[in-house]
Ligand binder design. Structure first.
Ligand code: NAP
Length: 268
């Protein structure tokens, strides 16, 4: 039996086990996806131990994404290094490698909704962990990225590392959106209360609006975007495709996307 899993703390709420196990079922793989919550001081030993036990792959979540990047035993790829976080560890090769599938997850989610990024103007709200992955993903796909964040200095700092990017204070979104093709919310705004990080009046029907927030699935931002005639992409798409990418990396199989999507959405 092949073993995969998720390492983080806490991981009890994670939707990754049912999503991955639905895929194993569909693909006829004899595999399980488990969750692990090591104490931070045991992280390195946990990763090395996972390799020694023959675990094939681990996803990484809060609070370990940055810490894994710093481990000597994990060779992080270029994208994960630029983003500054590893969310997928691959044990199937000679060495332990670290990857970040959040960025490509966003791109696949947008591509699935026919959103063109090459030459597009994107407004990204948020410059935390998710924001960093989205920023590099959008830029690598050929978009110009305007990053607006409550703490403007974090947006400006991120923009210096991302090609074709500029940082702004959050209030700048109203001036940036009329010229934008894509808007991504990578803040946690909308998660616990029914608020949007963007004024509804700034949304328009030529925008594609993606929200990284997936609880609730229909955030106020997405409701207001739909009312303005924009294309909307909810946060489950990003979650789905980061998992699809990890599964394809570990198994070499083409992921059964609709089965994974069904397993995910039935639990949201
Ligand atoms: P994080 O690193 O803590 O960053 C939080 C971001 O939200 C920062 O930019 C922060 O701004 C901003 N923010 C928080 N409260 C705010 C407020 N009241 N007003 C304006 N901005 C505010 O968190 P993260 O890991 O990036 O996660 C952000 C969201 O993305 C969460 O909802 C998470 O669930 C979601 N997410 C989804 C996926 C997915 O697959 N769909 C993946 C990862 C994350 P400051 O810098 O000013 O504090």
């Amino acid at each position: 039996m092949d073993l995969f899993g998720l390492i983080g703390n806490p991981v009890g709420h994670s939707l990754s086990p049912p999503m991955h196990e639905a895929a194993y079922d569909e693909l006829g793989l004899d595999a399980r996806y488990l969750t692990f919550e090591p104490d931070p001081e045991n992280l390195e030993r946990a990763i090395d131990g996972a390799q020694a036990l023959g675990i094939r792959g681990l996803n990484v979540t809060i609070p370990f994404k940055q810490d894994v990047l710093a481990l000597e035993s994990v060779a992080a790829d270029d994208l994960a290094t630029r983003i500054g976080a590893v969310n997928t560890i691959d044990f199937t090769g000679q060495e332990i490698t670290g990857h970040n599938t959040d960025a490509i997850g966003v791109l696949r989610a947008l591509r699935d909704h026919d959103v063109q990024l090459e030459g597009a103007t994107a407004v990204l709200v948020g410059a935390g962990g998710a924001g960093r992955a989205v920023a590099f993903g959008l830029a690598d796909a050929g978009a110009t990225v305007h990053i607006a964040n409550r703490t403007a200095s974090k947006a400006e700092e991120l923009a210096t590392a991302v090609p074709n990017a500029r940082g702004y204070e959050l209030e700048a979104v109203s001036d940036l959106l009329p010229e934008a093709d894509v808007l991504v919310n990578a803040t946690s705004v909308g998660m616990e209360t029914d608020v949007s990080p963007v004024p509804a009046e700034a949304l328009h029907d030529e925008l594609a609006v993606m929200d990284a927030v997936y609880r609730p699935l229909e955030t106020r931002l997405l409701r207001e975007a739909a009312a303005a005639g924009a294309t909307t992409v909810d946060g489950a798409w990003m979650l789905l495709y980061q998992g699809v990418e990890a599964l394809e990396l570990w198994t070499g199989e083409s992921a059964p996307v609709s089965r994974m999507d069904e397993a995910l959405r039935s639990r949201l």
